[in-house]
Write a protein that binds this ligand. Sequence first.
Ligand SMILES: Cc1cc2nc3c(=O)[nH]c(=O)nc-3n(C[C@H](O)[C@H](O)[C@H](O)COP(=O)(O)O)c2cc1C
Length: 341
Amino acid sequence: MSDKVRGPLANRYTDLVGIRHPVVQEGMGPFGTTRLAAAVSNAGGLGTVSVPGTAGDLHAAAAELRRSIEECATRTSAPFAVNIPVGHDRNGGIATFARIYLEAVFAARRADAGMASRLRVLTTSAGFPAGLTARIHDEGMIHQHKVGATQHAVKAVEAGVDVVIAAGSEMGGHAPASGMHTFVLVPNVAAAVDVPVVLTGGVRDGRGLAAALCLGADAVALGTRFAATTDNTEWHPAYRDALVAAKEGDDLLTDGVFGPCRMLRNPAAEKMRTATVSPAEKIAAMRRAQIEGDTDNGLVLMGQVASGISDVVTVAEFLPRMVDEAAAILTSLQPTEERKR
Ligand SMILES: Cc1cc2nc3c(=O)[nH]c(=O)nc-3n(C[C@H](O)[C@H](O)[C@H](O)COP(=O)(O)O)c2cc1C
C-alpha cells in the first residue's frame, strides 16, 4: 500500500486489510449496518456488514445479507468486512444459520470479482469457527475471529485465523462469558499470539485508540460509538437518542441469544432476567428497538461506553479526528531529549 493511502497510525493490520486507519466498525446484527459500513470504509476505516438475525426463514435472511453486501459495495470503493456469529450445533460444529450465511457471502463474492477484491475480511464471533479457516482462505478472504479469553485466541491462531479481535466484557451486545476487561485481556492476548490483535469494547475516541495501541493492540473495533452517528440511518433515531442519554450504570448484562449480552437497563431487559424468553422473541425485541424505536419494550444493545457518548457525530469527521487525536497523544508520550535527562 502506498504512503498516500497509509494513515499516520498505519501498521501490519492496516496493511494486511488494505485500509488507511486502524479503526473498525464491528458487526451489529441483527441490525442493518450497510450504509454505516460504507461510511466507515469511505472514511479510511473498515466497515462491517451485519447479519439480519438467526431466527425465521434463514434462506430469506441470507438473501437479505447478500443484498446488504451488494449495496455496501455500491456505496464504497474501499475494503469492507462481513460479521457472522457462528454459534454451535449439537455436535460442537458451527450452527446451520452460520453455514447458510457463509455460503451467501462466498456466492456474492464469486458473482462479482470487483466486489470480491474489496470484501476482504470475514469476521466470525460467538463460537469457535471449527474447520472454517481453510474454507475462508480458499475463498480468498482474511479470517478475523472475536474471542473473550486468551486461550481462545491461541486456539484460533493454531487453527489458522489471521486476526484476533480481543473482546472485553464492557462491550455492547454479546459479551464474553469470561467477563475479562479489555485492559487485562488485550495485553494477555497480544503476548500470546503473533497475529494482529484488534481491541473491541469501550472505545469512543482517540484516547481509547491510543490506549489500545499501548496495550499491544494493532487496531480498535467500535460498536456503540458508530451506532450513535448520523450515518447510522438504518436504525430508528430513538435508538441513537437512548445511547446518548445513557449514563453509568444504565446497562446490564443478561442472557442473550449466544450467552451474556450487554444492553440498556429498561423494562424489556429486566423482563429477560426474570422470564423465559426464546431466542426468536429476543431477536424480535431487538428489532422492535431498532426499527420501531421502542426503547422501553425493545432491547437496546449497547456498551458501557454509551455513558461517555454525549453527541451524534458524522463518521467522515469523527474517524480521522479520532486518529489524529490518538497520533498526537502517542507523539506527546514519546520521550523527548529533555525528558530523558
Ligand atoms: C447493537 C449491537 C449489536 C451487536 N451485534 C453483534 C453481532 O452481530 N456480532 C458480533 O460479533 N458482535 C456484535 N456486537 C458487538 C460489536 O461488534 C462490538 O464488538 C462491540 O460493540 C464493541 O464494544 P463497544 O460497543 O463498547 O464499542 C454488537 C454490539 C452492539 C452494540
